[in-house]
Design a protein around this ligand. Structure first.
Ligand code: GLU
Length: 279
């Protein structure tokens, strides 16, 4: 069976959506028709019997836009914007998912949630209970209180940590890029698309220079490859694909060959804590 055929059998799926894929670039405000499609696509995955987690960025971008702030001058301002934006974001998710009969739940985490043995167990239990209850956990970094030493800093890595924590079998990173290229396609027209990565070795990690060029998110290709290292070592497959049109979710989960797939490479000695210490 090819890698893509197997994708349709995945049961526990984490989908990460970057800020730039949720907002209008001109205003930073939420792109409602896009979010509506996201809710419909994820609801359908639930109807197919999957357990789905969304890792959604956007709190800071949406909070800033709602206050007319272009760029935050202080950490407090950024954290306050996250507090405002997170509720706006969840309000919209709740409304759209309710239209399809789905219940969403908010989980805000920082690095300490996972490095501390007790809170890691609590977080894992909460995810499992939410699956039992049929809810869709929507995760973000706890930006309102996270500071440099306890933050993940980007939701690419956070989503991979969630994958490892709940033993998900698929991570889908939806972003403003089609997948992995040999170089940044925006600056190098000769760069080639890489449809499949069997083994995320140092050769690939070295490619992770530059960023996606987005001014709304914090994740470039480097953080996506680190996420890939965590997720594939924990035993999940990872796909990077373009979030331009969220209909891509059913195309991907039906096994269509779009985006870059990173094959699961479970490491027997995998310990999430080792990765967290290096962050
Ligand atoms: N947690 C941040 C937010 O919700 C985004 C981090 C990221 O884009 O990676 O605004």
């Amino acid at each position: 069976m090819s890698a893509r055929n197997e994708i349709s059998d995945k049961k526990r799926i984490v989908i990460k959506i970057g800020s730039s894929s949720l907002v209008h670039p001109e205003t930073g405000k939420l792109n409602l028709p896009k979010l509506e499609i996201l809710a419909r696509e994820v609801s359908d995955l639930k109807n197919r019997g999957k357990e789905v987690v969304i890792v959604s960025s956007g709190a800071i971008a949406v909070g800033k836009a709602s206050r007319g702030i272009k760029s935050c001058r202080t950490l407090q301002e950024k954290q306050a914007c996250a507090a405002i934006g997170q509720v706006i974001l969840m309000g919209i998710y709740q409304k759209f998912f309710a239209e399809y009969g789905q219940t969403v739940a908010q989980i805000l985490m920082d690095k300490k949630t996972v490095t501390d043995t007790e809170s890691r167990a609590h977080a894992r239990n909460t995810f499992n209970e939410l699956f039992e209850l049929g809810a869709i956990p929507i995760v973000n970094e706890n930006d309102t209180v996270s500071t440099y030493d306890i933050e993940f800093g980007d939701n690419d890595r956070l989503s991979a940590v969630v994958v490892a924590l709940i033993k998900a079998d698929l991570l889908i990173l939806l972003s403003d890029i089609d997948g992995l290229y040999t170089d940044d396609p925006r600056s190098n027209p000769d760069s080639e698309f890489i449809p499949e990565v069997l083994n995320l070795d140092s050769h690939f990690m070295d490619m992770a220079k530059g960023s996606t060029g987005s001014s709304f998110g914090t994740g470039g290709m480097a953080t996506k490859l680190i996420a890939g290292d965590i997720a594939t070592s924990a035993g999940a497959e990872m796909i990077i694909a373009n979030a331009d049109d969220f209909h891509i979710i059913h195309r991907l989960t039906n096994g269509e060959e779009i985006g870059t797939i990173f094959r699961a490479n479970p490491k027997e000695e995998f310990a999430l804590i080792d990765y967290l210490e290096k962050m």
